[in-house]
Design a protein around this ligand. Structure first.
Ligand code: AMP
Length: 404
């Protein structure tokens, strides 16, 4: 059986097709610049790449192009549409309504629509992807996998803000957390690697990509996470600020005279690594750091110091011996410099970092161990794969339906 994974954004649709249960990636690609005069389609299967420049009118047109590519006899990827039994959709915000993956029905779509006020940039295009996919892939069940679902296990003391209750009750102001699909996937892989039941595992997972978040995992469940109600808090990120004294925001508006859209742009797009050093590409910053560039040094020191603080805090939150600190995503999987700076001087916390293993690690699809054999807490790199996790979840939903 084949499962299609869709990540539908405002002007692009990413997709991946998996053969299940073997989890082989059969094809993948991206439709971009939807609605613009010159759209682009990028398809990959086996070792072949196809790039087409043409206007893509809307999301339906984009999904039809994906369907035509997958069903094209010339490529032999899918023989008939019925083979695609499920389409798994990434949905960013599931609010408090969705604790788990769900099969989409009208009520699910209504709720995703209602939650658009919490994720105005993400939920509407995610929903559009679902609605158009229902028309294009008629034979498949549609499945919604939420970035927030994994963090619905947070206890109240972790998710509530110290505000008068009506701000939670009327406006839904609380911590929701994001990147849940990634944190959950790497935790499962690490548990497999350690040969332990996930329910017995305690981890701190560090998703360090363009967006960054740390999660405290106790007995396999998320008990705290660094992103909150929106995607700009917590760790310092590529262009986003992370945690800051809220008084600074008031100061920017009241005393410096910035408008709300200016402040929004500053905190979301012009802060973080880019704000401090003018670049959010960690590869470039690392080169500049090694060359002694002062602003790159400051940016990387701020970035790694904050990650260290979360490791200390989350060890206290978990409160039981930790099995591993896990690095994942673009920076976490690939940057020896960042891992070294984060893990140095953590011996008092039981972390003995293996500097040699760290420096010699090259890009890998495997789980890798970067702690010494006598370290109480392991340090692991686990490559994330959010698309595969969505396919796994969709497969689980299909099996569940068949069992009914
Ligand atoms: P992601 O959002 O997971 O795709 O991660 C994107 C980030 O990973 C960017 O900041 C990249 O510069 C960074 N990245 C990718 N490869 C490397 C590498 N080899 N060394 C350092 N950073 C990297």
């Amino acid at each position: 059986m084949k499962i299609l994974v869709i990540n539908s954004g405002s002007s692009s649709i990413k997709f991946a097709l998996y053969l299940m249960p073997t989890r082989d990636l059969l094809a993948s690609g991206l439709v971009e610049r939807i609605g613009e005069n010159e759209g682009a389609l990028h398809f990959k299967y086996d070792d072949n790449k196809i790039d087409i420049i043409r206007r893509v009118l809307n999301h339906k047109d984009g999904l039809e192009a994906i369907s035509e590519f997958l069903l094209n006899d010339q490529y032999g990827i899918v023989a008939s549409e019925e083979e695609i039994q499920a389409v798994g959709h990434r949905v960013v915000h599931g609010g408090e309504k969705f604790h788990d993956t769900v099969v989409v029905d009208d009520a699910v779509k209504d709720t995703v629509r209602e939650l658009s006020n919490l994720a105005p940039l993400h939920n509407p295009p995610n929903l559009l992807g679902i609605e158009e996919s229902e028309k294009v892939f008629k034979h498949a069940i549609q499945v919604a996998v939420f970035d927030t679902a994994f963090h619905q296990t947070l206890p109240m003391n972790a998710y509530r803000e110290p505000l008068p209750p009506e701000f939670y009750e009327r406006y839904g102001i609380r911590k929701y957390g994001f990147h849940g699909t990634s944190h959950s996937y790497v935790a499962k892989r690490a548990a497999d690697y350690l040969n332990k039941d996930l329910k017995e595992c305690n981890f701190i997972t560090l998703h360090l990509g363009n967006g960054c978040s740390a999660t405290a995992i106790k007995n396999g469940r998320s008990v705290d996470t660094s992103l909150g109600m929106t995607t700009i808090g917590g760790l310092m990120m590529g262009t986003r600020i992370g945690d800051i004294d809220p008084g600074v925001v008031l100061h920017l508006v009241e005393d410096i005279g910035m408008g709300t859209s200016e402040v929004k742009k500053l905190l979301g797009k012009n802060s973080g690594l880019k704000g401090v050093a003018g670049d959010n590409d960690m590869r470039e910053l690392s080169i500049r750091y090694e060359q002694g560039d002062e602003s790159a040094r400051l940016a990387i020191e701020l970035y790694t110091y904050r990650i260290k603080k979360f490791i200390g805090a989350y060890m206290a939150v978990v409160g039981s011996p930790l099995d591993a600190v896990i690095f994942t995503a673009g920076v976490g999987e690939n940057s020896p410099l960042i891992r070294r700076m984060v893990c140095s001087n953590l011996e008092p916390l039981g972390i003995q970092f293996n500097y040699e293993a760290n420096e010699s690690l090259r890009s890998s699809q495997e789980v890798n161990e970067l702690s010494t054999t006598d370290s109480l807490v392991k340090v692991l790199t686990v490559p994330t794969n959010e698309e595969l996790e969505i396919a796994n979840e969709s497969f689980r939903m299909l099996q569940h339906q068949e069992a009914l």
